[in-house]
Write a protein that binds this ligand. Structure first.
Ligand SMILES: Cc1cc2nc3c(=O)[nH]c(=O)nc-3n(C[C@H](O)[C@H](O)[C@H](O)COP(=O)(O)OP(=O)(O)OC[C@H]3O[C@@H](n4cnc5c(N)ncnc54)[C@H](O)[C@@H]3O)c2cc1C
Length: 426
């Protein structure tokens, strides 16, 4: 049996500037590209999940490109450890290459796979690819992680050197065998109606001025692309070409939360600041359902939730307003909102979602202070003063069909402040 090396795609769904793929091709011949729909993840999702459709389409694209080189993508579905056991039986595998994934589940999965491969004398190589700086590359002078954004950002910038994106190298080293690419139905999925937009960096010139207005199309829609790696972070920073510091800063927030999750994995289930553990959440099911459906009677909150439910996207300003409203006005545990966003967001990423939810709840690192309670009516006046955004998503606004507010703002604000205060002192 001719030996092969395997490159395993995960959240790096591209051929260009793919660090581990290039390493695999530069150091080996007969490289088999592989993707596994991971049952541990996909079995919890509906069959027509928009993210699965997006992944599938990108895999199809990759397979098409690989076929131009006389190769193809092996696409499987199952529990990764089980799939690897089968692959070891079917092939003589020499080396396996991956790009690192820093989420707790992914780290555990990779450790298990690496262990299995080592038992079979297969070398496992993993590379930094998803970020500019990984968790150990931006630390305080005493070697501990940053928990406040601005000093993290300053250090990040001070250790940054431009990295040139690299095109696909040595495609002749791909395994020269083509296989038919399965249909989406063969994996048990159906295509979603929700489409992921292309990203758009033409907006960066006036990003800092327009990014907070949800009725203006002034953000990049980059997040699902970074999430699934359809473009590399190095390519984006090169395209950005120093044109907008605010935009770069947002990209650094992404890495800030990734390193927080890496160093403090307890944030997945706990408040980053434990002094908030004493908050008594009301967790009213009916209120939660109304928030999810966009029927709270607060247009900015409702428009955001309906945008999320319909399109899998919500503007960042509105994410902050809807999240703050759930935690403060309704006194519902941020973990409920976080889980709902995780189900719906095309760009769902554990680190950013958790970090931003804890920010909104006031429980996170470098969070908004708990006594800062967004007024959803003022936010509407400030960021959508002509009501263009809210009318787009709430056709029955200004009619009798639109509900009255489920909670009065002043009352809710006072209740939140008291509950948080008691919680902290408990
Ligand atoms: C409650 C809440 C939950 C969120 N959940 C997620 C999530 O699951 N996944 C996710 O990628 N972002 C999340 N964000 C951050 C932010 O809202 C989105 O990244 C952004 O709206 C995506 O749209 P865009 O690509 O057009 O953003 P742009 O404004 O064009 O920003 C460019 C890129 O910078 C990064 N970025 C921007 N803002 C943030 C931020 N606050 N934190 C981290 N990275 C940021 C993203 O990679 C984004 O694609 C959340 C924010 C809030 C308030």
């Amino acid at each position: 049996m001719k030996s092969i090396s395997i490159f395993w795609f995960r959240r790096d769904l591209r051929l260009e500037d793919n660090t581990a793929l290039n390493k695999a091709l530069a150091q080996n011949s007969n490289v088999l590209p592989l993707f596994i729909f991971d049952d541990q993840i996909v079995l919890d999702l509906p069959n027509d999940d928009a993210r699965i459709s997006f992944i599938y389409k990108n895999l199809q694209k990759i397979d098409g490109r690989l076929k131009e080189y006389g190769s193809s993508l092996l696409c499987l579905k199952g529990d990764p450890l089980h799939v690897w056991k089968e692959l070891l039986k079917e092939h003589h595998i020499k080396n396996v290459y991956v790009n690192k994934d820093y989420e707790p589940y992914a780290r555990q999965r990779d450790e298990q796979v690496e262990h299995l491969l080592k038992e079979h004398n297969v070398a496992f190589f993993s590379f930094k690819d998803q970020v500019i700086h990984e968790e150990h590359e931006v630390l305080k002078n005493d070697g501990t992680p940053y928990t406040v954004f601005t000093p993290y950002k300053n250090k990040w910038l001070s250790v940054y050197h431009p990295q040139k994106p690299s095109p696909l190298v040595a495609p002749q080293n791909l395994r020269q065998e083509t296989e038919r690419f399965p249909s989406i139905a063969e994996f048990g999925f159906t295509e979603s109606k929700i489409i992921v937009r292309d990203y758009n960096l033409a907006i960066v010139e006036d990003y800092h001025e327009k990014r907070d207005f949800p009725d203006v199309d002034a953000t990049s829609y980059l997040s699902p692309h970074l999430r699934f790696g359809t473009v590399s972070i190095r390519t984006i920073i090169k395209e950005l070409n120093d044109r907008n510091k605010t935009f770069l800063s947002e990209l650094i927030w992404r890495e800030f939360f990734m390193q927080i999750l890496f160093h403090f994995p307890d944030v997945v289930t706990h408040n980053f600041k434990r002094k908030y553990d004493g908050i008594t959440w009301l967790n009213n099911d009916e209120h939660f359902a109304k928030w999810c459906q966009g029927k709270t009677g607060y247009p900015m909150v409702d428009a955001g939730m309906r945008q999320l439910n319909t399109s899998g996207y919500m503007h960042n300003r509105v994410r902050m307003i809807t999240a703050g409203f759930l935690c403060k006005h309704l006194l519902i545990d941020w973990r409920w909102g976080e889980a709902y966003f995780a189900k719906k967001l095309l760009d769902f990423e554990l680190a950013s979602n958790n970090g931003n939810w804890q920010w909104a709840a006031g429980t996170g690192c470098d969070a908004a202070p708990y006594f800062r309670v967004f007024n959803p009516i003022e936010q509407l006046k400030k960021f959508d003063n002509k009501g263009v955004y809210v009318k787009k998503w709430i056709p029955e606004l200004n009619t009798l069909d639109y509900p009255n507010p489920i909670v009065e703002h002043k009352f809710a604000r006072k209740r939140a402040l008291e509950t948080y205060k008691i919680g902290i002192e408990a």
